[in-house]
Design a protein around this ligand. Structure first.
Ligand code: SF4
Length: 668
């Protein structure tokens, strides 16, 4: 009997799905890394059933990036549970979405702070004989008196704890009966994130899920939980999980590189240095290290001042010069010694802030983190030291440009690692980018949706290449493509390489949208949600609109525009990142690493991915129909064309503007 059929929750496999699940099961059995490029509709989320079929008491961790991915996996797991009623699963999304306590500052720090103070209070009471803190008179009084805007203790945490007193042993803090009952409930029944707070009641929803996760077969986490070393190590410790006993599944893996780079990068602004001085000043005479560190801060400020006059808005600076500017002439022999003292001071600042209910990351901590990272990465070419002029101030950054070392470390440390995405194309290039020469199995599935429901045009007579941006013939033809595209029925989306180009064409298209309402992507995230909701509501009211958006922006990724919500998408231009001196340095680094392929991996591949993401919003189910356009001749260059998914290469209709006008006339 095939073990997979015991776990696969559907009556039949989709085309090529069995092949994908067998590959995942084989990696779970033998260990290793597998990368799967599987277009929408391939049934990717069922990979979790393949891992379960070969789990053999090992835990499965699934990393997801968005709420909709989380819901997809929760749906999948609830279906599997119909076949395997003993299956237990839990999810830990960010504390920001689960925390019930009020107050300001970073939720993780606030939680850490109030938990420390709560623990100290309830332990004192337990030593006085009160083993159930939620019932203790003093604790209850403290909770009642607490300022909800500046909480020092957490009642939700307190309700989840009690103490066990065993003869001859110290008191042990354990999960309360209430917390364990709630966690059991969560493991038995599927509880959606929105219902979790009411189910958790007096307990903390995060703590309920954490308790449940300790005995779950599958734990759903977010990208940060898995990719950030410190968070992952702490979380695995809390779950009692050893990476070599965990099967790791990463969904939407095309985002892994960017997520890892942002986790590894640190930024320091001029205002951070001033704020750090402000925090450290009161420690003079109390903490010995303050006297020595304070004179170092003006040296860092002077270095930033020197960069004020730089011509470039963003550029590289030499970390050795920074090191000399800060260390030479100070009382310190090295940057390491400064970091050591700053660590002591950061702890002191933190303790002082916690007592007053202030749980933000302090500037002293940020400065310590920056100096530590710049010192660590000075000899590591995978990091660049950069400065940027933002408004009136200079910002320094230690930027990670190559995530492969860390991704390789994480993937190899697990029993097996499967990465899946609908846009991991070409999968062999992503393999090089993420894992270099590490042995990795790759799999690419064809598009499973009916061909008749889609048409892809590839324009050979337009481009947004820099040398052609002001060319009137070319810009006029782009206008022509946009206007012709807008005559198609239903909601449509047009994506551009940048806000600047978007603005230019959105303005020129106004009045030529075939009666459709225009929705232009705002720069600020808070305005984007309302506009998008209005746009998506149009078809149900018998209306239609055109979305003008940026590739890689707020309206181009992670959104499911099913059915009538979106009938077509056009990508204008190849959305390459701006070619700056810093970009050139990044490309050079990758050329040194990968030869000629380096430029493609670091520069062209992310642009192709952004375009594919944008076009991928349209056809989400086998019934969806959609017209797709790549309005950029550079997609026809051999290196770029070969990187498009095979179905796109095969089905593309190369066209000029006239051909496009004629061709789409019959598309309904
Ligand atoms: S224990 Fe839960 S409710 Fe309390 S601060 Fe932490 S996350 Fe928030």
């Amino acid at each position: 009997m095939d073990p997979l059929s015991d776990w696969f929750p559907y009556p039949a496999y989709r085309p090529h799905q069995k092949e994908m699940l067998s590959a995942a099961a084989s990696v779970a059995r033998q260990g290793g890394i597998l990368m799967i490029d599987a277009p929408t509709g391939s049934g990717k989320s069922a990979v979790v059933s393949a891992l379960l079929s070969e789990a053999r008491d090992r835990r499965i961790v699934v990393a997801v990036r968005t709420k909709s991915q989380l819901s997809t996996f929760l749906r999948e797991l609830s279906l599997i549970r119909k076949k395997q009623p003993d299956l237990r699963y839990a999810y830990l999304i960010g504390k920001g979405q689960m925390c019930l306590l009020g107050g300001s500052g970073d939720v993780y720090r606030r939680c850490e702070g109030v938990k420390a103070l709560s623990t100290s209070l309830i332990r004192d009471r337990a030593e006085a004989g009160s083993l159930v803190p939620a019932k203790d008179r003093v604790v209850r009084q403290q909770i009642r008196r607490m300022d909800p805007e500046k909480p020092l203790i957490c009642p939700y945490f307190i309700h989840g704890r009690s103490f066990a007193a065993e003869e001859g042993e110290a008191l042990r803090m354990i999960p309360s009966v209430l917390l364990r009952a709630k966690a059991d409930h969560v493991l038995r029944e599927s509880v959606a994130p929105e219902s979790l707070p009411s189910l958790a009641g007096e307990c903390c929803p995060y703590e309920v899920m954490l308790q449940a996760a300790r005995s779950a077969d599958v734990v759903l986490l977010n990208f940060h939980h898995v990719l950030d070393d410190a968070i992952r190590q702490q979380l695995y410790l809390q779950l009692g999980a050893e990476p070599q006993e965990v099967l790791l599944l990463i969904d939407e893996a095309h985002n892994c590189g960017d997520a890892m780079q942002s986790i590894q990068s640190v930024v320091l602004a001029e205002k951070d240095i001033e704020a750090a001085a402000h925090e450290i000043q009161p420690l003079r005479g109390k903490v010995r290290e303050a006297e020595a560190v304070l004179p170092v801060l003006p040296r860092i400020r002077a270095f930033l001042g020197m960069l004020q006059g730089a011509r470039e808005v963003e550029d590289w600076f030499d970390p050795a010069i920074f090191d000399r500017a800060v260390v030479q002439g100070s009382l310190y022999p090295s940057m390491e010694a400064i970091v050591d003292d700053l660590l002591v001071l950061s702890d002191a600042v933190r303790e002082r802030s916690m007592v007053t209910g202030e749980f933000r990351e302090s500037a002293a901590e940020r400065l310590t983190g920056f100096l530590y990272r710049i010192h660590q990465s000075a000899s590591d070419p995978a990091f660049l030291t950069l400065f940027r002029r933002e408004a009136e101030e200079v910002v320094l950054e230690v930027k990670n440009i190559d995530p492969s070392a860390h991704l390789s470390e994480i993937a190899s440390s697990h029993a097996a690692c499967v990465m899946i995405s609908g846009t991991l194309s070409p999968v062999t290039s992503f393999r090089r980018l993420y894992f270099g020469d590490l042995p990795v199995t790759t799999l690419m599935l064809p598009n499973a949706f009916p061909k008749v429901n889609r048409r892809l045009y590839l324009a050979r007579d337009v481009s947004t290449a820099y040398r052609l941006r002001e060319n009137r013939e070319v810009t006029g033809r782009i206008d022509g493509y946009i206007r012709a595209f807008c005559t198609l029925p239903g909601n449509l989306a047009i994506y551009f390489p940048s806000y600047q180009i978007l603005q230019q064409y959105a303005e020129r298209s106004s009045g030529h949208l075939a009666g459709k309402e225009a929705f232009v992507e705002p720069r600020e995230a808070q305005d984007a949600g309302t506009a998008l909701r209005t746009f998506l509501s149009l078809p149900s009211r018998g209306k239609a609109g055109v979305l003008f958006a940026v590739c890689g922006g707020k309206w181009s990724e992670g959104l499911d525009y099913r059915g009538e919500l979106l009938s077509g998408a056009m990508v204008v231009g190849l959305p390459l990142a701006p070619y700056t001196r810093v970009r050139e340095m990044i490309i050079q680094y990758f050329r040194r690493r990968f030869g000629d392929e380096g430029e493609f991996l670091s520069y062209t591949l992310p642009a192709i991915n952004r375009a594919l993401q944008a076009l991928g919003r349209v056809i989400r189910t086998p019934e969806d129909r959609g017209l797709l356009v790549l309005a950029e001749q550079r997609f026809l260059e051999p290196g770029v064309l070969a990187a498009l998914p095979p179905w796109m290469q095969e089905e593309r209709v190369e066209t000029d503007l006239e051909g496009f006008r004629r061709g789409i006339a019959g598309w309904r």
